[in-house]
Design a protein around this ligand. Structure first.
Ligand code: NAI
Length: 338
């Protein structure tokens, strides 16, 4: 990726940007919804990422303040802010990775699907911009309901003739982060030693932790399995209720989003063996989209891994998950085709 010598909002006194000369590898990343509860800590963490050379912060409100603030951090990435729809195309042009946490979050009593009416339109508009300005970018979708917003994005890209299933990823990383945390707690281990595959989708029963495949290998009592499955599936609701109307997970989500984006950037750079769970176009089940482990590479998703051996409990969970997922996928597709 090339560096721009122009720095927006500079004093005009800058000498030639020394970052342009070093030629260190750097990627251009845009965050859409950057002034929100997730967007702000996500912007902070991406500004700290040495693989990022340019960071574009786009929102419909408050980006000048967030951009000024983040731009004072003495890390390499050049930060630029973009405000409102008329600046969307500038925000997207030339981007290698686009992360989308734009949209409304849940309040107590709401399901992720209750957000559909508002967020579907937001994701559609933003993806139309991506199709036009950076059709080759890797896209990370965080906006809920992810089970439907990823199919929406795919339909928008298909309509524009730019759809590449390898480059569109729904972010389910927070489910994995939560699963690792809760399982580590039960096992008395450090969470960083624990790896729990979470497949299916990103809402309630569609979140399917595969506790039979936890690494390091271990076994659970039925009581532990029930507790862990329920807590992992309802971790989001636990936060929504604790925040009591002030939103949903933002800090742990920003952490998870950065963990996932960083994996995408390492893969883009050419690092080997980058494997994460994500909600992607898939042939692992009969559904067109499904979350499972995927191997990431220079082109995005290089390989979608099968689910592996499931026990009876997990097979029953899979049937429930698929039933709900099918409806959510259809709803997303119908929204764009209507
Ligand atoms: P928030 O309301 O704090 O921030 C959302 C931001 O999006 C706001 O700054 C808003 O101005 C902006 N926005 C609204 N319309 C926009 C548009 N057309 N273009 C660009 N930006 C726009 O919400 P929060 O807490 O940051 O959550 C954002 C989304 O992430 C929600 O849909 C939430 O459900 C989802 N989420 C997803 C998770 C996941 O695991 N995938 C976990 C937690 C939240």
């Amino acid at each position: 990726p090339q560096f721009s010598l122009q720095m927006e909002g500079g004093s005009g006194l800058e000498r030639v940007d020394c970052r342009a000369k070093g030629g260190s590898p750097g990627f251009k990343v845009a965050i859409l919804g950057a002034a929100g509860g997730i967007g702000q800590p996500l912007a902070l963490l991406m500004k700290m990422n040495p693989l990022v050379s340019v960071l574009h912060l786009y929102d419909v409100v408050n980006t000048p303040g967030v951009t000024a603030d983040i731009s004072h951090m003495d890390t390499s990435a050049v930060v630029r802010g973009f405000l409102g729809q008329q600046q969307l195309e500038d925000a997207l042009t030339g981007m290698d990775l686009v992360i989308i946490p734009a949209g409304v979050p849940r309040k107590p009593g709401m399901t992720r699907d209750d957000l559909f009416n508002i967020n579907a339109g937001i994701v559609k508009t933003l993806c139309e911009g991506i199709a036009k300005c950076c059709p080759k970018a890797i896209v990370n979708i965080i906006s809920n309901p992810v089970n439907s917003t990823v199919p929406i994005a795919a339909e928008v890209f298909k309509k524009a003739g730019t759809f590449d299933p390898k480059r569109l990823l729904g972010v389910t990383m927070l489910d994995v982060v939560r699963a690792n945390t809760f399982v580590a707690e039960v096992l008395g281990l450090d969470p960083k030693e624990v790896d729990v595959p979470v497949v299916g989708g990103h809402a309630g029963v569609t979140i399917l932790p595969l506790l039979s495949q936890v690494k390091p290998p271990c076994s659970f009592t039925q009581k532990e399995i029930d507790y862990l499955t329920d807590r992992i599936q309802n971790g989001g609701t636990e936060v929504v209720e604790a925040k009591a109307g002030a939103g949903s997970a933002t800090l742990s989500m920003a952490f998870a989003a950065v963990k996932f984006a960083d994996a995408c950037l390492h893969a883009l750079r050419g690092d080997a063996n980058i494997v994460q769970c994500a909600y992607v176009a898939s042939e692992v089940t009969e559904l067109p989209f499904f979350a499972s482990k995927v191997r990431l590479g220079r082109n995005g998703v290089e390989e979608v891994y099968p689910l592996g051996p499931l026990n009876e409990y997990e097979r029953a969970g899979l049937e429930k998950a698929k039933k709900e997922l099918a409806g959510s996928i259809q709803k997303g597709i119908a929204f764009v085709r209507k």
